[in-house]
Design a protein around this ligand. Structure first.
Ligand code: 13P
Ligand code: SF4
Length: 305
């Protein structure tokens, strides 16, 4: 089958088999075209609860599929490519959190959604890049232990001097490849352009940008802005999507190195195989895991709206 035939077959099969396809913003455009919903981590979490279908396939990385299963435990949930993990989510496990809690006993533990379901069982609240400011701002607690992303945590802390933060030294290996020199070069080469970056970038990059936000935040900003040139500091798939969606504007990558091999792993063939039961993996979590990891995610949704 060529690409078009494969897409048509996926569209037909998902109706026949009562499947909802969720795609993270970093997935290929050809996956967006067959998805029921595309968005950032926060949007995908909300959608997990809203989906009418009995079956859900996540085109993204494992923690996203686990979040769907946690929020919709009565549905069957699959990850389209079982090898797609998030290296940042693998930097820390539940034991690490329990050890840190002993060191910071009076801190509220706030975990980035890019963590395993097992780790979430030991934390107080979950946040995403788009909801973190709102959620942490609403917490009555003054002391926040933010895990695992030091860069996202530092970016939030800078805007909330009224709170005290402690961090774990984790981060996204792909976003941390963008350097302050990339920002300087972009300013020289494209003096008219606006620089839009993800808060997973190191502080010196975020500080030099015109806008810092989630994947869909960056896309919304570029689409709605009066400007015509944008330099994108997040996974470079977003540059491709924006070129397709806004053909009248110009987009360039802040660094050619900001590529996440895990987010690039899932193909249309994987999705088709997952629908046919020959690829992917069903996400199975015990009732106890679901109950315990759901509590901080529900708190995020409650506070994040
Ligand atoms: P978003 O919350 O912007 O979707 O980010 C998820 C992610 O993995 C970024 O690297
Ligand atoms: Fe994880 Fe970074 Fe890849 Fe996002 S881009 S999935 S945080 S490794």
């Amino acid at each position: 089958m060529n690409k078009k035939e494969l897409q048509e077959e996926i569209l037909r099969l998902k109706k026949e088999k009562d499947i909802c396809i969720l795609a993270h913003a970093y997935q290929d455009h050809e996956l967006w075209e067959v998805a029921d919903y595309m968005g950032d981590s926060f949007g995908l979490s909300l959608q997990a609860q809203k989906a009418q279908q009995q079956n859900v396939i996540m085109c993204g990385v494992r923690f996203m599929a686990e979040t769907v299963k946690t929020l919709a435990p009565d549905k069957r949930v699959w990850i389209a490519n079982e090898r797609a993990g998030c290296p940042m989510a693998d930097q820390m496990d539940r034991e690490d959190v329990l050890r840190l809690k002993e060191r910071y006993p009076d801190y509220t533990v706030c975990a980035y959604i890019n963590t395993t379901a097992d780790l979430k069982r030991a934390v107080d609240v979950v946040v995403t890049s788009s909801s973190a400011m709102k959620i942490i701002g609403q917490l009555p607690d003054e002391k926040i232990l933010f895990i695992p992303d030091r860069n996202l945590g530092g970016w939030i802390a800078k805007q909330m001097p009224e709170k005290t933060f402690a961090f774990f030294d984790g981060g996204c290996p792909s976003h941390m490849k963008i350097t302050p020199e990339d920002v300087e070069r972009a300013r020289r080469e494209y003096p008219e352009a606006q620089i839009l970056v993800h808060p997973e970038c190191v502080a010196a990059v975020a500080e030099g940008a015109d806008y810092v936000g989630s994947t869909t935040g960056i896309m919304k900003y570029a689409k709605e802005s009066e400007g015509s040139q944008f330099i994108i500091g997040t996974e470079n798939s977003i540059v491709e999507h924006l070129r397709i969606e806004c053909p009248d504007k110009q987009f360039a990558a802040l660094s050619p190195l900001c590529v996440c091999p895990n987010m690039r792993m899932t193909t249309l063939e994987d999705l088709y195989g997952c629908i046919m039961g020959t690829a992917g993996e069903e996400i199975l979590l015990s009732p106890q895991e679901i109950e315990e990891s759901r509590r901080p995610i529900d708190r995020m949704i409650e506070l994040g709206g």
